[in-house]
Design a protein around this ligand. Structure first.
Ligand SMILES: [Zn+2]
Ligand SMILES: [Zn+2]
Length: 258
């Protein structure tokens, strides 16, 4: 994910002096300054114009796809209105908004071309083959569409077996422990079959811990046992261990016992 085009890009900025172009050359109609439209065509997360406009189905707020996907690494709430987008899997409840993106590209001169060039450069610099654009069928289906079919497909599909969302909170390291990397992604989706041992291994790998260090994983007041499964922890700890539907586990680094 970290090396993908989607999460790498930063939104394009176009100067404030740009005005909405009148494509028909109609001089009777005054052209409105582009900034009048800013509230509808700019992303609150990066303040650039929408790129791959993506709308949250629960509140209809729109962001760049890469901006909202990154935001959901850390939160399951809408950055605008703070509603819980989905208890555990907010990516389920976002949809591409192609009409809005088309409008943005029509309104903001050169944005589409600049974005295309940036994307080409991204792939070229990494020696990657640029993915082909997704083909949009040009012939409409003959049978009438049901309401359900009209909804664009979810941007991502998450395998249903990854049924537990974990939030890992680092509470600190014992004095004398220094060499470790910070845990960058606190939120992880895992199968409820996974055990505390798996969580520990994940932490060890991500933080590049020396094997002699001990990792204590805690939920509420309880130190968890390595063999306990996450499903078990979730059901024994009950609601107190949950925050916005995520199972909250704390962990600390301890020097090996004498
Ligand atoms: Zn954005
Ligand atoms: Zn919202």
């Amino acid at each position: 994910m970290d090396d993908s085009w989607e999460t790498d890009r930063s939104c394009s900025k176009i100067s404030d002096s740009e005005t909405l172009q009148d494509k028909n050359g109609n001089e009777d109609e005054p052209s409105l300054p582009l900034r009048e439209f800013y509230p509808y065509i700019r992303c609150a997360l990066c303040t650039g114009f929408f790129i791959d406009a993506t709308t949250i189905t629960e509140c209809l707020h729109t962001f760049c796809k890469s901006c909202i996907v990154k935001h959901f690494f850390y939160s399951n709430r809408c950055p605008n209105c703070d509603i819980v987008v989905h208890q555990t899997q907010p990516l389920y409840n976002i949809r591409p908004d192609r009409q809005l993106q088309d409008i943005v590209y029509k309104m903001v001169p050169h944005l589409e071309e600049a974005e295309r060039q940036r994307m080409c450069a991204f792939y070229k610099n990494r020696g990657l083959v640029m993915p082909k654009p997704v083909a949009v069928p040009s012939i409409l289906p003959t049978k009438p569409l049901k309401q359900k079919d009209m909804m664009p497909q979810s941007v991502f599909t998450i395998p249903p077996e990854l049924d537990v969302s974990l939030m890992l909170e680092f509470v600190g390291a014992e004095n004398g422990i220094e060499n470790y990397k910070p845990l960058e992604r606190k939120y992880v989706r895992v199968s409820g079959e996974a055990t505390i041992r798996h969580v520990e291994l994940f932490i060890r790998r991500k933080m590049e811990l020396s094997p002699n260090l001990q990792v204590d994983v805690v939920c509420g007041e309880h130190i968890l046992q390595q063999r306990q499964s996450l499903r078990e922890v979730r059901s024994t700890m009950g609601k107190n261990a949950l925050q916005d539907g995520m199972l909250v586990l704390q962990f600390g680094l301890v020097l090996p016992g004498q």
